[in-house]
Design a protein around this ligand. Structure first.
Ligand code: BGC
Length: 466
């Protein structure tokens, strides 16, 4: 079998089940069914507000309507990154390597053109530290120039570019030196932020230091006391995979963000955000800077439940930091019912390809929470659904965007809705199976085929109303 050919149908059922469970955990959903007492107290499922056809709302002038990607997931051949290395070792958690991905590295111009053609007015993408600084202290002018061309391609089409400096992957040398567990990591990151901003900052509209730096906490929380079958919780499996990598590459300190011990990395990442932001501002003081958070819509199981405890742990320090930022990026895919830990989706709930509950209203709930906690403008930097059925994507978008409309009506300062994702891409430890894209990609030919949902979202953008 060639790389990239594998799909969910090829995966042995044990592994398929394993990744499904992993997906639920990644979303903050517990997969254990060994908590009957908690389950019986679970929140009664509120009726889902269906998409209302008579809902009408104009969005504020200048509202960003866009789609997002991340370098490692779409560019292809991110060979100097930590995850490329991990993907090519045995005993890791990747069912398939990222490979050529969507070859966005070469096809960015046509992809950006396509995005603009739908009627969208914003593109969120990440620049890849592993390309820009492939060896410690060596910055590649050619790679910086590549990202400059991407930014210029956005401007040529009047698109607002939102630039993420770190979206999960890091340079291999950085991971070998301990990644975010290394006390020098904030200074190393700030140096990269400064160099990248010197080369690109004048063309960026928004800068994001980190994409979802709290994903590890979400994972960890979901696994507390977990009984996830052979091999333990997802967090334990990640640990085991990390140990295997350390042995195989003979790098005792190797630490890749997605596999790292979240408790050990958070401290340095909090500092790195502040230092990175200061570095960006030192070059362009008026460039809005923030971070994005992985957020579940946490709902209490019955009257008990650890929602507040979970929130304090998973989002607390980041939301506190974000109060001093220019905006907060909200990224929501589903809700979690929280008991002593996260519970499985309610019986009979409709599930997505990731095993998440199909629950578009989670977005408005997290927007309200993030806005209340931070007091800064909110940008929905990711929201979407993994489904092979594009009609469900359209329903998801409609209901989610109506929720954004309700938040605006309440006076919440929401600046944009950026859909995840522009195209079907490499979904980390789930490979290419989940379909999050507005556009399908044939990875043999790299042919793009827009789905009806692309036109649906584009039409909302063109009207700036729903
Ligand atoms: C990440 C993306 C990912 C998406 C869908 C977010 O956690 O930022 O990289 O593809 O969710 O799972």
């Amino acid at each position: 079998m060639e790389f990239g050919e594998m799909n969910s149908g090829d995966a042995p059922s044990g592994r398929r089940e394993f990744f499904k469970k992993g997906a639920q955990l990644a979303a903050g959903l517990a997969v254990s069914s060994s908590l009957p007492e908690l389950l019986s107290g679970a929140t009664q499922e509120p009726p889902h507000p269906q998409a209302s056809t008579d809902f009408h709302r104009e969005f504020p002038k200048g509202f960003c309507w866009g789609a997002a990607t991340a370098a490692h997931q779409v560019e292809g051949n991110n060979v100097n990154s930590d995850l490329w290395l991990v993907e090519h070792l045995g005993q890791t958690m990747f069912p398939e390597p990222s490979g050529d991905a969507c070859d966005h590295y070469h096809l960015y111009e046509q992809d950006i053109d396509m995005l603009a053609g739908f009627g969208l007015n914003a593109y969120r993408f990440s620049i890849e530290w592993a390309r820009i600084e492939p060896e410690k202290g060596y910055f590649s002018r050619a790679e910086l120039q590549h990202y400059r061309r991407m930014l210029e391609a956005c401007h040529k089409r009047n698109l607002t570019p939102l630039v993420t400096y770190s979206h999960f992957t890091n340079p291999r040398w950085f991971a070998m030196d301990g990644g975010w567990e290394n006390a020098d990591s904030p200074a190393l990151f700030a140096n990269y932020c400064e160099k990248a901003t010197r080369a690109l900052g004048d063309l960026a509209a928004y800068a994001t230091t980190f994409n979802e730096p709290n994903i590890g906490q979400l994972l960890h929380w979901a696994s507390i006391g977990g009984d996830e079958g052979p091999g333990g919780s997802l967090a334990e499996k990640l640990d085991a995979a990390h140990d295997a990598v350390r042995q195989q590459v003979d790098a005792p300190h190797f630490s890749a963000f997605l596999f790292a011990d979240a408790a050990k990395t958070r401290h340095n990442m909090l500092i790195a955000h502040e230092k990175g932001k200061a570095a960006i501002k030192s070059v362009r003081s008026n460039l809005p800077v923030g971070l994005t958070l992985a957020m579940a819509d946490d709902q209490p199981a019955g009257t008990g439940g650890n929602v507040e405890k979970k929130r304090a742990d998973v989002y607390g320090p980041w939301l506190k930091l974000a109060r001093k930022d220019d905006y907060i990026g909200v990224q929501t895919y589903t809700r979690s019912i929280v008991g002593a830990k996260d519970l499985p989706p309610p019986a009979g709930a409709e599930l997505t390809q990731m095993g998440y509950e199909f629950y578009p209203e989670s977005l408005e709930h997290t927007i309200r929470y993030a806005s209340k906690e931070t007091g800064v403008p909110v940008i929905v930097t990711e929201n979407g659904v993994a489904t092979p059925d594009d009609k469900k994507r359209i329903e998801f978008i409609q209901r989610a965007v109506q929720g954004v409309g309700r938040c605006l009506a309440e006076g919440i300062d929401v600046r944009g809705y950026i859909h995840w994702s522009l195209m079907d891409n490499f979904e980390w430890i789930f490979g290419y199976m989940p379909k999050f894209g507005l556009v399908a990609v044939d990875r043999e030919t790299q042919k793009r085929t827009p789905k009806p949902s692309a036109t649906f979202l584009g039409d909302i953008a063109k009207k700036n109303a729903i």
